[in-house]
Design a protein. Sequence first.
Length: 231
Amino acid sequence: MSDRFHDLCLPVDALDFLAELEAHNHRPWFQSQRDRFDASILEPSRAFVTALGETLRPVAPGLIADPRTDKSIFRMHRDTRFAKDKAPFKTHIGLFLWEGDRPKAECSGFYLHIEQGSYQIGAGHYLFAKDQIAPWRELLRDDAAATAALVEACDRAEAAGFSLEGATAKRVPRGWPAELPHSHLFRHSGLYASSKQRPVEELLQPGAIGILTEAFTSLAPLHRWLVEEMP
């Protein structure tokens, strides 16, 4: 990795801001702290997106790293219309860099989630679009080579300490083979690998981008399969 991003890290005040936001989760407090939010949360988030967009380019040539809110940076505002919890703001940072021609929610990508005391990373496709599910299952049934490559990518992710997520059905859907070694994959309506919680202190020190790049790169085979094989 280039030394260009070696000193880039999350400011300590970002965690202080998230902790205080949890204690004062209402609009007047947030508005009174807007300049601090911009300096401690928004600007570092933009810098992380830009840096990861460059360092991950070798494994994701078409990666979209758009350092704007509602693009690679998730909004802090919550949609509370149908929620029991009416707190207006999230108390974590969420970043997503994706690759593909569909809307970002229908693409595979790399996700970074930062809370007060920990962070998590993930890669893959959180939820397939409705028109992707049947082709996904048909590929698992009919394309032995592609399926073998997927199984290998999943095994590599698990060997690196990540858990595979996205299985929403309790059993193989009716009409699809349940006896194949990979039949559990038919239960998935999305497929992504997620880390356990990691100490957030790793992101407060120089070298944070290197740590993230190495971790995301270990998930690149799964991401590449989803980019190249999913419709």
